[in-house]
Design a protein around this ligand. Structure first.
Ligand code: T4K
Length: 368
């Protein structure tokens, strides 16, 4: 029997219900290119997420690329080194230069107080990440963007359904992106989306994700192919019906983790933020080796050898990878908080299928 507890597990739709939808797709013989389930999914997501316009994509990386392209971003883009590498790659793919700014400990997101010092005449955008689904300081970031005439594209890959005071975080900035990868709270196997404020932008994004085609014979820009097919749209429609239940189970797991870890010296974690609807997409803990009496890596490998597979998201920092480490802003001296946190973090198993016994097994390895 497989006794492994993995960091996550995909939320899977009911197979019979999916099969019924597959029959419809088969009967229609319309399998991709803005089919009926694709259209239904966009409408259903707008409603669920409380956003005015959305365009679904084939993964969560291409909306990042496309957002920067649509906004005609050039030169330098200020971003965080503490994320999945796709964030920075999207800047590189647009022929722009990433400029790394340090994060703040309380959210693991970009530190707004450090942004202004990184702005140059070549800066055209800021790309923050709501890391682990924790909202960054959006108001402060927008003030800086407005002051310097910069665009803001949020990588909200982790922030499905996250709200602050009843408002979706996806409505902040110029655009926000989502990932619907199998490892996310809400998934369409592979998938993603771009959220925008107006119909005209939605139309342009829909061109860009279809090679730039505007109608049958006209190509308005060098777009890419990043359309979601009907099979995954159907899967996504079914998963939308059960995502709240999955988030509720995740909340219970988070509560138990917090209760058990609250008084363990050297173990830090996040509490819920006031006014925020969290999605509990990840449960990161941060190990202070001196206080805990064991390093992060020692604990990580101890867990691993007991088949409890946490993950060190996000270690190593993006700024340490060969493509980016030569950048001036990539030096560890410029990124002291991110550098420390990347060496402290373990994301504990967090998903809807964890049993109480699983949670206790995870905790037994951490609570000494
Ligand atoms: N921006 C941010 C901030 C992101 O975090 C990501 C992706 C993106 C952009 C880009 O979005 P996408 O283009 O990926 O949609 C995973 C995911 O592949 C990636 O989507 C995610 N972030 C990143 C943080 O994590 P890995 O390499 O850690 O996944 P993997 O294959 O090791 O899976 C982790 C665990 O999940 C497995 O141990 C077991 C479980 N699992 C995984 C898969 C794929 C399953 O149970 N079933 C599965 O099918 O990257």
């Amino acid at each position: 029997m497989d006794n492994k507890i993995t960091v996550t597990s995909p939320l899977l739709p009911d197979l019979e219900a999916l099969n019924e939808m597959l029959k419809e797709i088969w009967a229609s013989k319309w399998v991709t290119n803005n089919g009926q389930f694709h259209q239904q999914l966009e409408r259903a997501l707008c409603e669920y997420l409380k956003v005015p316009y959305i365009s679904v994509f084939t993964n969560g990386t291409l909306p990042l690329l496309t957002a920067l392209q649509a906004l005609r971003i050039t030169g330098e883009v200020i971003t965080t080194p503490y994320s999945f590498v796709a964030t920075t790659h999207s800047i590189w793919w647009n022929g722009c230069h990433p400029v790394f700014v340090d994060i703040e400990e309380e959210t693991c997101g970009i530190n707004p107080d450090k942004i202004e010092a990184a702005i140059t005449p070549r800066t055209s955008a800021i790309m923050p990440v709501h890391c682990y689904g924790k909202p960054v300081k959006m108001k402060r970031i927008q003030e800086i963007a407005d002051k310097y005439g910069l665009k803001v594209v949020y990588d909200a890959a982790h922030a499905f359904g996250v709200e602050v005071d009843g408002e979706s975080v996806l409505n902040a900035g110029d655009m926000s992106t989502l990932s619907f990868h199998a490892t996310k709270v809400y998934n369409t196997v592979e998938g993603g989306a771009l959220v925008m404020h107006d119909e005209q932008t939605k139309r342009r994004i829909d061109y860009l994700k279809n090679f730039g085609f505007a109608g049958e014979t006209e190509v308005v820009a060098p777009g890419i192919n990043s359309k979601m097919d009907e099979v995954r749209a159907a899967y996504g429609l079914l998963n939308l019906k059960q995502v709240d239940q999955a988030i509720n189970r995740r909340r219970q797991v988070a509560q138990r983790y917090r209760e058990a870890l609250r008084n363990i010296p050297g173990v830090r974690f996040f509490d819920d933020m006031p006014g925020v609807r969290h999605n509990y997409s990840y449960f990161p803990i941060f190990i202070n080796a001196e206080e805990y009496g064991m390093t992060r890596d020692d604990l990580y490998f101890k867990m691993k050898s007991a088949d409890v597979l946490g993950r060190r998201y996000f270690y190593p920092l993006i700024s340490t990878f060969s493509t980016y480490r030569g950048l001036r802003s990539a030096s560890p001296e410029n990124l002291p908080v991110a550098t420390r946190i990347a060496n402290e973090v373990i994301c504990l198993p967090m998903h809807h299928e964890l049993s109480e016994a699983d949670v206790e097994r995870v905790l037994s390895l951490i609570v000494k």
